[in-house]
Design a protein around this ligand. Structure first.
Ligand code: GRG
Length: 305
């Protein structure tokens, strides 16, 4: 065990993330080439290749590799997760939603291409994500696994997932009676479900057993929620720094956040508990093989953006 421990510590997570993110970027670039009609493909590529941490596709690949699969087997599913994430950001930024001018350090899609094209670019990415999994997954993968991944993804996106979370968020805006349960429901559906789906689908596509899937699902749930709690904390701490005050923007805005509802210290404690829980959920796996997913949990917990 001493030797194993040593090796886990030796695992270079930064290098792992860099090389996986680069492989994802190359695969996305190949998946959505610039072709006729150029305008829509330009808009799709603009947001898809605009940077981003690539957390979802890397989670997908790492889960696949944890249970014996390869990067190649997971890649179309991993790219699909990033396509869905990107389309949700394009639509979230629209004037009829959050009305944001900048995303990933660049002008938002509708600012560059206009609202009509931005909506269509999101729609095209949404539909292509499914096509890409169905058409580009290695022929060695059974259709039963592909079908399961596609249905997981559909459930994750629809009215019981991302769309449901977004609607609940819009509806609750400015509502002072939003409690922790509602906040958690919104976060789980807007953010955690796609992170969870990315991990789960990586495991499913590699042919994981039901027992492995159950373990991985628990990890995925903790990590999904952790991501959002940390996002809320960063919103407060970043804007406090910007304002030079102790209370950041989200402590004084209408938006319900974890720090606002439970206090900053308790929100930090909650994040720390979720990180421990996520790691415990992987304790049944070989620590060497689980190192990337353990590293991703730390990365999500300690990230600065
Ligand atoms: C899915 C059909 C469909 C419609 C979209 C707009 C919408 C419905 C949902 C909103 C989803 C949303 C914007 C959730 C917030 C997710 C979030 C925490 C984004 C930030 O993710 P990071 O930090 O960003 O991974 P990068 O840029 O690094 O990828």
């Amino acid at each position: 065990p001493e030797k194993v421990k040593e090796k886990v510590i030796e695992f270079d997570f930064k290098e792992y993330l860099r090389s996986k993110a680069m492989a994802v970027n190359e695969a996305l670039d190949r998946a959505v080439p610039l072709r006729y009609p150029e305008r829509i493909h330009e808009a799709m590529r603009y947001s898809l290749l605009a940077g981003g941490k690539r957390v979802r596709p890397v989670l997908c690949i790492s889960a696949c590799e944890l249970v014996g699969g390869t990067e190649e087997v997971a890649m179309p599913t991993a790219c699909a997760m990033e396509m869905i994430h990107t389309m949700s950001l394009i639509h979230d930024d629209l004037p009829c939603m959050d009305n944001d001018d900048f995303r990933r350090g660049k002008p938002t899609n509708h600012k560059v291409f206009g609202e009509g094209t931005a909506i269509l670019a999101g729609d095209a990415l949404l539909s292509f994500a499914f096509e890409h999994i169905a058409v580009s997954t290695s022929k060695s993968v059974g259709t039963d696994r592909i079908l399961r991944v596609v249905s997981e993804l559909g459930r994750t996106i629809g009215s019981q997932g991302l769309v449901g979370g977004q609607v609940a968020d819009i509806t609750s805006e400015g509502d002072a009676s939003v409690d922790l349960d509602t906040l958690e429901w919104i976060h789980i559906h807007k953010t955690a479900v796609l992170l969870e789906c990315s991990v789960m689908c990586g495991a499913i596509i590699s042919g994981a057993s039901d027992n492995e899937i159950e373990r991985i699902q628990r990890y995925a749930r903790s990590v999904g929620l952790l991501f959002q709690v940390v996002d809320d904390i960063l919103d407060v701490t970043k804007s406090s720094k910007e304002l030079g005050k102790t209370a950041g923007k989200d402590l004084i805005s209408d938006k319900a956040t974890y720090p606002k509802l439970m206090g900053l210290e308790k929100a930090k404690q909650f994040a720390s508990d979720l990180l421990i829980r996520a790691k415990e959920d992987l304790s049944c796996f070989d620590p060497m093989k689980a190192a990337p997913l353990l590293g991703l949990a730390d990365y999500i917990a300690f990230r600065q953006n």
